[in-house]
Design a protein around this ligand. Sequence first.
Ligand SMILES: [Ca+2]
Length: 201
Amino acid sequence: MNKYVGILCGIIVVSLGLAAFAFLTRGGEDGNITIVRTPDQTEAEWPPAIFNPLSLIVELPSTPNLAEGRPVTATSFTDVYVPANAVDGTVTSYWESQGWPADFTIQLDGVHSVSTVAVQVNPSLLWEARSQGFEVLVSLDGEAFSTVVPHAMHDFDPLTGNTVRLDFAPVQALYVRLHFTVNTASRTMGAQAAAIRVFGG
Ligand SMILES: [Ca+2]
């Protein structure tokens, strides 16, 4: 008796399974099952409540970098870390001064109205976070300089691209100078900059 009950139950279970499969298959074809397709995702997205590390990256103006490839001078440099490394268009090369204070001066290709200066050290996480103290000055003749951003400590953090962006009221300039006084990085005795950029405005 139990044997037949067992066989009967097995038949019922198999039948129900086949019926369910047939129902689901048929449903997908005639619309009883709603198929939800996610939109194509073209870039990384974070829900608002979740930390988005890319939101910390310092953005730069989209206008041309007036400093790139221009003649530059510095009061000093260390080893192979020459001043031109700060305007060569790559963040893997850098200028490093030999002691303090350290002036870095860029000659633009003519008088420009400038309103942004950005200083960046190598954005690699291998470069520890540091602070550098400096001010920004401009000149029309390379002799008399006036301060447009007073001296202050600025934080460089690899999590934000190791970039400091300073915006100021537009000012006419043929020369842009950064006057560095301190760098808190543990393995240097001088100012460091992989890219010093100047933007018009
Ligand atoms: Ca560089």
